[in-house]
Design a protein around this ligand. Structure first.
Ligand SMILES: Nc1ncnc2c1ncn2[C@@H]1O[C@H](COP(=O)(O)OP(=O)(O)O)[C@@H](O)[C@H]1O
Ligand SMILES: [Mg+2]
Length: 429
């Protein structure tokens, strides 16, 4: 008889970071692999950028790319944002000792007696490039939470800014005479942050807007967790069907159902009961709501309403143009505040870019936002609706909407298939 094991996630956080059972993202991994090969041959390298909302699976994908590079005998190093501009930090993360600059033999950093203060901008960059060049193996630098580069590298600190742009430029354009790839993952503002540092054109396949997983990958993840860690008895299809209905291919959602599943299976001695499934679904939904609430934290109710209104008339998963968003928000807040609100919404993963348009990254989050916050304010109501209850208003509006839709019924294909679109997005551009 097999002994039921405790769940063993890769990290303590369970629904964050490297995946125990990684599936999907095949096209991205394929593109990354090709880049690795090209870089090895050409003794060159570039930047690979992944961006997406929280819970999209960026860190998991980054870890997977790291494994892939390791198998190809690359040296793989996790670097903090500081390592882009700090000589000390880069030395430390590349394992070249954590010696303070002043005592490190100042010849290397300018030769002056005061050490650190003597480092000029040029020399800092030069030292950094030398550090990156010293070593035989091809080098993969992994930078997670890379959006922070936008707030950490300060434009007002001229030295820091110049060093960061020099270092990024040299890596991005493969000028190190060594295969060096910088792979970065971050929120939707990451590419802007890189743009501000002069990195804007990426090699084909080296810029990824990470969306939901396809159905096949989603089901494979659930299957692995249920049968391997959950050690479930019998056929898990019914559970997988039911859970996959609610997770929309969104990695963090999937993990929200995995944890209660494992607990339930333990409690029921690995037997999958209908009642057990109900408990799992309830707990998973609570996990999803917690995710939405966390995304919306820090946005006062009126801002949530403004954001909800942007998407209230759109089919779930449909995208909207930047100009539409901005003109609506500007009406409420004026230009400056509207821009700041939009940026915050992208930073928090409420809004995400897809090929120059904007979506709410998780379809079910659009539903949550709109159904909770798209309240029509009394003063904005058309006169025919004033005095009606919320419910009466909704009915009246729905009836009008139906009538309008019947009139416009000649435009089919409006409701694009969300899954198809999202899984298409998996593969970046
Ligand atoms: N392709 C995948 N296969 C299996 N699990 C995944 C996959 N992508 C993400 N996950 C899991 O989903 C959760 C959220 O992913 P994570 O990488 O932390 O998201 P992000 O870094 O974008 O916020 C983690 O537990 C992670 O292990
Ligand atoms: Mg992450």
């Amino acid at each position: 008889m097999r002994i039921s094991r405790r769940p063993s996630p890769v990290t303590a956080a369970f629904d964050r970071g490297p995946a125990k059972y990684f599936h999907g993202r095949k096209q991205i991994l394929h593109d990354f692999n090709e880049l690795i090969e090209r870089a090895t041959q050409a003794k060159s390298g570039t930047t690979f950028l992944i961006q997406g909302a929280p819970g999209a699976g960026k860190s998991a994908l980054l870890a997977e790319c790291g494994k892939l590079a390791e198998r190809r005998k690359w040296k793989v190093v996790d670097i903090p944002v500081r390592a882009i501009w700090s000589v000390d930090e880069l030395r430390r993360t590349l394992g070249r000792g954590n010696i303070p600059v002043a005592t490190r033999g100042s010849g290397q950093v300018g030769g002056g007696p005061i050490g650190k203060l003597e480092i000029t901008v040029e020399l800092a960059s030069e030292t950094m490039l030398k550090i990156l060049q010293s070593g035989k193996d091809p080098l993969l630098l992994k930078l997670d939470e890379a959006q922070r580069i936008g707030t950490t590298v300060s434009r007002t600190n001229v030295d820091q800014f110049a060093t960061a742009t020099d270092v990024l430029y040299a890596i991005h354009n493969g000028e190190l005479n060594r295969p060096v790839i910088l792979i970065t993952a971050g929120l939707g503002t990451t590419s802007d942050a890189f743009g501000a540092l002069g990195i804007s054109r990426f090699a084909t396949g080296a810029f990824v807007e990470l969306g939901a997983l396809d159905k096949e990958a989603e089901r494979a993840i659930l299957y692995d967790w249920l049968t391997k860690d959950g050690d479930a008895k019998g056929n898990p299809t019914a559970w997988i069907d039911a859970i996959a209905q609610e997770t929309h291919g969104w990695p963090q959602h999937i993990l929200s159902y995995v944890k209660p599943s494992l607990e339930q299976l333990r409690a029921d001695r690995r037997v999958m009961t209908a009642e057990g499934l109900n408990n799992v679904l309830k707990a998973g939904r609570a996990g999803r709501t917690a995710y939405y609430k966390q995304r919306a934290r820090g946005f006062p109710e009126e801002e949530r309403q403004s954001l909800a209104r942007l998407f209230s008339d759109l089919p779930i998963g449909e995208s909207v143009q930047l100009s539409t968003i901005m003109s609506s928000l500007t009406q409420n807040y004026g230009q400056k505040k509207a821009e700041a609100l939009f940026r915050r919404a992208v930073e928090k993963g409420i809004i995400d870019e897809r090929d120059g348009r904007y979506v709410i990254p998780v379809p079910s989050m659009q539903d949550w936002l709109v159904s909770n916050y798209d309240h029509i304010q009394e003063k904005e109501l058309p006169s025919r609706l004033i005095g009606l209850s919320q419910e009466q208003r909704s009915t009246a509006l729905a009836t009008e909407k139906n009538l309008n839709q019947e009139i416009e019924a000649q435009s089919p294909g409006q409701l694009r298939d969300v899954e198809e679109r999202n899984s298409g997005m998996d593969f970046g551009s």
